[in-house]
Design a protein around this ligand. Structure first.
Ligand code: CO
Length: 451
């Protein structure tokens, strides 16, 4: 009993987010977009995650324009984005009206598949985005963030999958941002989800710990429908398993992807050259197999960020200490999966704990907000002493965090005024006020027409 396996190609999003600090420019994507369009991928992930912020902040590029141009160059392939639930493509909760308008505009701009997750697996933070995506008629992928802890069991993930199906997901994605999924656990979860649900199941992993290709094979054996891979020049390390290797591995089997390796060679040659242009953003740690992430659980591109932060503070020698402190902070916080934005929260608090030499003597605003319940419900109980020491008598909220937010779209529209040239600009501003404003001023100074 076999079935054709589909592939989601990540070279335009996660691959460069994980290996090149999200710096790939639209101009380096467009020359091969037409060729990528002909391959026959189930989808190409090309938007969302950190790309939106990075485009505005570092590349002085309009992320919406990237979407329009790739859409035009790839009329035959589903375009996919990664959406952080109520956090959209940012780092905190946005009001519901902003979430709804953003999803609508992204669908209008050409997104076909919305992969929606919440860092805490708190479905209340996914509801509004999933419903908005559902209304656009596009594909809604309800996403399970995989992690390892005493409170996360196979059964926990299966129940979460069922919950997402009830909420209207048309596809379930098992997302292993840290590369923590072991092959036999993968088999159990995939088998369980496939037997409980009649929805297609997609798997996303990273090669960080070296296990992803093995886990992909076990997922195939267990009946997974679709796998995320990256073209070879931007595969492996903190990125995804290689597209070509998966295609070759499955050829002539009942799981054959049906994709042809021939045309991929030319596209791969192209990206080998492109990668060289971004050499300054490479970090050697990204290309090493690191089994110590199994305890620290640092996801994909975060390790290189952490190294850079410590280097800035001339504390590079503290890396091992910080990596050892991360699981302790995570335990205190009730074992959140580590993915944006919880990974940053835990990472920076662990760094503070190590650098000050006294745990929680300095507490970041993010940690405080987390303890107050603004990220959602923690998977396990938060350490009572840590909470008391930091919050005192202050009680955390128990409602859906975004219920406390006032509508934000009209306020954003008024604030940015004529600096915004489109509804898309208004949304960019609503998400990243300072960064967007700076970009608009820069754009005006360059006389670049808005998209
Ligand atoms: Co990823």
């Amino acid at each position: 009993m076999g079935q054709k396996v589909g592939l989601t190609e990540t070279v335009l999003r996660d691959a460069h987010q994980s290996l090149l600090a999200t710096r790939m420019r639209t101009e380096d994507m467009l020359p091969v977009a037409g060729k990528l369009d002909q391959v026959g991928f189930w989808s190409v992930e090309m938007w969302g995650g950190a790309t939106f912020d990075a485009a505005l902040r570092y590349l002085k590029e309009c992320p919406w324009e990237r979407l329009h141009r790739i859409r035009a160059a790839m009329p035959n392939t589903r375009l996919q984005m990664l959406l952080r639930g109520q956090n959209l493509v940012g780092y905190h909760n946005y009001p519901d009206d902003v979430v709804e308008r953003f999803v609508e505009q992204a669908a209008q701009g050409g997104i076909d598949v919305f992969r929606i997750f919440d860092a805490m697996n708190d479905v209340r933070n996914m509801k509004v985005a999933m419903e908005a995506a559902g209304r656009t008629g596009k594909i809604v992928e309800g996403t399970i963030c995989y992690t390892i802890s005493p409170v996360h069991s196979v059964d926990y993930f299966l129940r979460l999958g069922e919950r997402l199906a009830e909420m209207g997901a048309q596809v379930i994605c098992l997302k292993d941002m840290g590369g923590l999924l072991a092959p036999y656990v993968t088999y159990e979860i995939v088998k369980g989800l496939k037997s409980r649900l009649s929805l297609p199941l997609h798997l996303h992993s990273h090669c960080t710990s070296g296990m992803a290709p093995m886990s992909y094979m076990m997922a195939i054996e267990a009946g997974v429908d679709n796998l995320d891979t990256a073209l070879s020049p931007l595969s492996q390390g903190t990125s995804q398993p290689a597209t070509e290797a998966l295609i070759a591995a499955l050829q002539g089997t009942p799981f054959d992807t049906g994709l042809d390796l021939g045309p991929l060679k030319e596209i791969a040659d192209y990206f080998y050259e492109v990668r060289k242009k971004y050499a300054e953003f490479e970090s050697p740690v990204n290309n090493q197999v690191k089994t110590d992430i199994l305890s620290s659980q640092i996801p994909g591109g975060m390790l290189s960020n952490l190294v850079a932060q410590l280097r800035e503070q001339k504390a590079e020698d503290k890396l091992d200490a910080v990596m050892a402190e991360m699981p302790r902070v995570r335990k205190d916080m009730g074992y959140p999966p580590l993915v944006t934005p919880t990974s940053q929260m835990v990472g920076s608090q662990a760094t503070l704990n190590v650098i000050t030499g006294k745990r929680y003597s300095v507490v970041s605003q993010e940690t405080r907000n987390y303890l107050l319940g603004h990220y959602g419900e923690s998977p396990g109980p938060i350490d009572a002493e840590v909470r008391k020491a930091i919050l005192g008598k202050k009680e955390p909220i128990t409602c859906r965090p975004a219920d406390l937010l006032k509508p934000g779209l009209e306020r954003a529209r008024q604030e940015i005024g004529s600096l915004a040239a489109s509804e898309e600009d208004v949304l960019s501003y609503a998400l990243f006020p300072e960064v967007a404003k700076e970009y608009f001023h820069w754009r005006d100074s360059q006389n670049i027409p808005s998209s």
